[in-house]
Design a protein around this ligand. Sequence first.
Ligand SMILES: O=C(O)CCC(=O)C(=O)O
Ligand SMILES: [Fe+2]
Length: 696
Amino acid sequence: MNPNKTSLTQKPPAVRQSPRNLQKLNINNSPSASTSGTPSPTSRLSISSPSSPNPVKKNIKRSSCPCGRSSNGKDWLIACSENGCKQHWHSSCGNLKGENSFTQAQVDCLTKQWLCPWCYTVPFAKPGNHPTSLNEISLIEKALSSAAYQNITDSVMDVLKNAPPAIDLSSMETRLDELTTEIKNFKKTSSGFLAPSTFPRAPPIHEKRDLNCQEKPFESYEEKFLADDDLDSMVDLLGYLKSSASFLPEKGHEVKLYGEPYSYTGAKDLDPDPIPPELTKIVDLLSSKFSLSEQERPNSILINFFPATNGLDTNNTHLAMHSDDESSIAADSKIITLSIGAKRKIKFEAKHSNESLEELEVSDNSVYIMSRKSQNWFRHGVPPPSPGESTEERFSITFRCLKKQLSRSILLIGDSNTKQVTFGSGLGKVGQSFPGKRIKAAKVKDIEAKDCVGYSNIFIMCGTNDLRCGYISDERDIHCVVETLKDKLIQVKQLCPEAKIDFPDEISLQCKRSKRTVAKVLQLKGFETFPLLSQHCDIEIVHLIRDPRASIKSRMDTFGKFLAEEPDVVDFTQDHITDSSKKICGEILARAELIKNCAVAKTRLSLLYEDVLVNPLEKAKELFGALQIKWREEVEQRVNISTSGSLSEGGGFGTVKNTAKLGQRWKRDASKEFITSVEQGCSVLLHTFHYTPMYV
Ligand SMILES: O=C(O)CCC(=O)C(=O)O
Ligand SMILES: [Fe+2]
């Protein structure tokens, strides 16, 4: 929880410093001129009332509001930024209701390009320009109805009221720089981050890097394992291998491999022989005795031969400390070792602390079992006998379950967006060539490093839900999410150093070619602080707006059954759809307004999702143009390929879609009752962005 939450709703102090081009009423010095020049039509603040009268300006003093009244110092007096105007207005007369909740920095930012009711012109396009605009009614008229505007204004004020107090931007900037470097470094090396600096909020929740596990260094040990007959045939096989010089030397011992090729550090290229009948019999015995499934059945057998020593050269009979942590060994399998010959000690140690653990003394005809997972926490080895100590020869026959394609194994840890990815065999499933599984983690805190053990590729796809939460109110909360994710990634990296780890770019992505950092933000609460941020960062905003009937349907389908688990999700039961839709649309409109008014952002662009789906190439070019990114042939090909497939290609996560059909799918899937409820709740948004209602 955000420890500062309560302070966010506190009333601002009674005495405030006057911001640039703002003055308290009754103070008579003239305002400083706006520095922003004439804004483009799309950058105009549209929360002023367009139906205000247009009184003659001449007789009104510039330092006082056209209403001619005093607000006794309770209201801000705001100067219009239009060069030829510069008229001052009480914020409430200028339809900036609730302005007392503004922090000074917010007022400063918002008023840079504020246009008063006299100068403001409507930024919306004429009806008929949008492909979904089928009727000829004057949408402008509808959009300009004062009720609609009041609704928007209220939404904006709602958001602003919950805005955080003014932040020490210089320290925030430092922290942001650090964070950018941290993310860059982490992406590059997938290792250490900088220590958190003095960031002006309660420190992020640093979860304990808990690398403890439920695994034991070895699971079981059993003596007198083979019956006499099986033992005799094993001894015969080992004698034959020795006499036929079949073992290949390694440091401190010799080896012979059967079955699936097993490669490990320090191994010469071992050319395996097929598993002989004597060993197949033992594999059968192990499988039934330890109830191994077909997926865990050993298919690779490595025999180690430890020569005898009379105590003179004890270093010729040992196996160095190591872990059998190769990704080719099935994640959930067991490593089983049968010992034949002299009694020897097996040493274990904890990898992350280097602590030595209890030794296991293995005798002739005994079996000990280690889990594959335990290999990421523990090392094991066969130490040489003490100098002067003599020992007879020993063989260890080690059984493993290997699969070549496991070197591409995948663990997908993700939120509900990933639930469509299914592993296994068959059409539409991932698994034939990329075996693996999905583990649910709705939020970053749910990521468990121990789940990653044994997988070659780890995809972590969650974070969106964290950013949507009610307690996210500004950048510092986002930092907390980033810090938690960072901690989790470090844990995973520590535990699975060999695994390739990838995580979503919901939070940030570096584009080297265009030298930009891209942040994809989904319904981010606290977006209103972006104007503040953008004073210190070079910000370009692309706002993608989607038909609320489609997006609410999609949210309902995704979260419908997660309501209890994710309390921040709005209520989508039929009786509440209208209210929930109203709330969602209010937030979207408020965000649209804030983006439009973010005077300092270099570029602001609004795109309708449906337009992008219908004309992907044209819209992509428009986007590249607006952001001044060079259009390239490869991009054109990419857009064409990914937007002209069949609708279902690749399933929900496919990267090829027939986008033209996609945008209209909600009409097929949603009921009339549902659409009607959403249209009732979203009438303002539908009209504002020229979506044609079906039933309301
Ligand atoms: O000989 C033993 O008991 C251990 C063998 C082993 O660790 C290995 O083959 O990887
Ligand atoms: Fe081993």
